[in-house]
Design a protein around this ligand. Structure first.
Ligand code: ARG
Length: 472
């Protein structure tokens, strides 16, 4: 907690203290600080300030000599922060005040020139963009590792049969590879969504001032160039009040969490005794404090559980912005906790999920078993009859009649019925039906692009490889 005097008169007085004769209440100071959330953007704040100071010098808004001193001192501060020689004052109002305070302590009046033509409103918009511009690619990289891990597993399992499900009922045989590739494509879309967000982040806000730009001859273009931005924000009011990039990234993170959560649901199901498609490694499972035999898929459950928390972050961000008139309002300071929480959560979930899935063992025999017992080849039987010239609706009825007979006589698979029984349903059925209805044959037959035929899945895997190569 700060005491009043330091806010108004102390070495690091609040940036706005001049208009005030009375300091804020200590509790008020504690309430309004954003220093904790800001801390992770300290180096970005400095990067922005260096670019700003150097531009001020080039434009002769401040003497070039002062600009060089400011830039050198900021680089020292960055180095000291990184090496731990300088630590962030937890009593500071925000990261901008802290850095400016340290700079002014070191350079006196020269340090006081850094904020020329700038406001914390455009500064924070810049800092967030600079931070996210690094953080998002890190997240994308971890997604690539996950996609690669899944496609490597898929590559080994293009012939591993398993039932595909709809309504969680056995539906038609597919392969594990096909199933895993399905998850990969969702993650590819996630990666692309982040790429889109990065493009919309690529606008430099400095020069927008508090809301209305600046009368000083700032050179926004050179700052943008220096900081590696492709565009300038087009409207100063919009620039200081826009948090679309936070909303968008939180939304993309939420969709990614949805995918992980759904996949985790399968992992949880698949590791049950009932399914037993997968066995999680001991490293990525937990036990029970009371039931000695238990090995639980807690990591999958935690990822599924944390999805709710990330949705909460998104809703908090949307709600924060929805009633705000232009332009900057302090509400916007609340963006960081939710955005960073969503980011940190998804980042760890992607990594944990990757470890969990990479170390799991697959039970090929159990997966194959799931292709029988549920008449999962009934659609393929209908297709067989269609190939022999029967209209599909009639073929569907014939196949359904055969399934009904199986159920009534307690036969677990269509291919276990003798040919004479099958012939009673349709004279078009020949002895080749037995080989045509094996799960292998069913999967083999479905060889359209995007289908489960092993060669087709091989194509998917090479498309995924191509994506990984390009994305890296
Ligand atoms: N900490 C503030 C934020 O995150 C920085 C901008 C402060 N601006 C202001 N007018 N008080 O939004």
């Amino acid at each position: 907690m700060s005491d009043e005097s330091s806010i108004l008169k102390g070495e690091r007085a609040a940036l706005w203290h001049g208009r005030f004769s009375e300091g804020p209440d200590a509790e008020a100071v504690e309430f309004e600080t954003s220093i904790y959330a800001d801390s992770r953007m300290a180096l970005d704040d400095i990067t922005g300030s260096i670019a700003h100071a150097e531009m001020l010098g080039r434009q002769h808004i401040i003497p070039e000599e002062d600009a060089s001193k400011i830039s050198a001192a900021l680089k020292d501060i960055a180095y000291e922060l990184e090496s731990g020689k300088l630590s962030i004052d937890p009593k500071a109002e925000d990261i901008h005040s802290f850095i400016e305070g340290v700079l002014t302590e070191r350079l006196g009046d020269t340090g006081k020139k850094i904020h020329t033509g700038r406001s914390r409103n455009d500064q924070i918009a810049l800092d967030e963009r600079l931070y996210l511009r690094k953080a998002i690619p890190d997240l994308q990289d971890s997604l690539i590792t996950l996609i690669e891990t899944l496609s490597e597993i898929a590559e080994k399992h293009t012939h591993t049969l398993m039932s595909g499900y709809t309504h969680l009922q056995r539906a038609q045989p597919v392969t594990l590879a096909h199933h895993l590739c399905a998850w990969c494509w969702m993650l590819v879309r996630d990666w692309n969504r982040f790429e889109d967000a990065l493009a919309r982040l690529d606008y430099m806000p400095l020069g927008s001032g508090a809301l209305a730009g600046s009368g000083l001859p700032l050179d926004r273009n050179s700052v943008a160039e220096e900081l590696g931005f492709s565009h300038l924000t087009q409207n100063s009011l919009d620039a200081v009040s826009d948090r679309d990039y936070c909303l968008e990234i939180a939304a993309h993170i939420s969709i990614l969490m949805t995918h992980l959560s759904r996949f985790c649901e399968e992992i949880v199901l698949w590791s049950t005794e009932e399914f037993k498609f997968i066995e999680l490694s001991e490293k990525w499972s937990t036990g029970s404090s009371i039931m000695p035999q238990k090995k639980n898929p807690d990591f999958a459950e935690l990822i599924r559980g944390k999805t709710g928390r990330v949705y909460g972050d998104l809703i908090a961000l949307l709600t924060m912005v929805k009633g705000l008139p232009l332009s900057y309002n302090r509400d916007l300071q609340e963006d960081k906790d939710n955005l960073f929480d969503a980011y940190d959560t998804v980042f760890s979930c992607v990594r944990i999920f990757t470890h969990m899935i990479a170390s799991a063992k697959w039970n090929d025999a159990r997966m194959k078993e799931s292709c029988g017992g549920g008449y999962a080849n009934a659609t393929d039987l209908a297709d067989y009859l269609v190939r022999k010239g029967l209209p599909f609706r009639t073929a569907h009825e014939v196949a359904a009649g055969i399934v009904r007979e199986c159920i009534q006589s307690g036969v677990s698979d269509i291919v276990k019925l003798p040919l004479e029984n099958l012939l009673k349903h349709s004279a078009l059925i020949g002895p080749d039906i037995y080989e045509k209805l094996s799960p292998e044959a069913c999967v083999q037959a479905r060889d359209l692009p995007g289908g489960p035929n092993p060669a087709r899945v091989g194509e998917q895997i090479s498309q995924l490889r191509g994506f990984i190569k390009k994305a890296r």
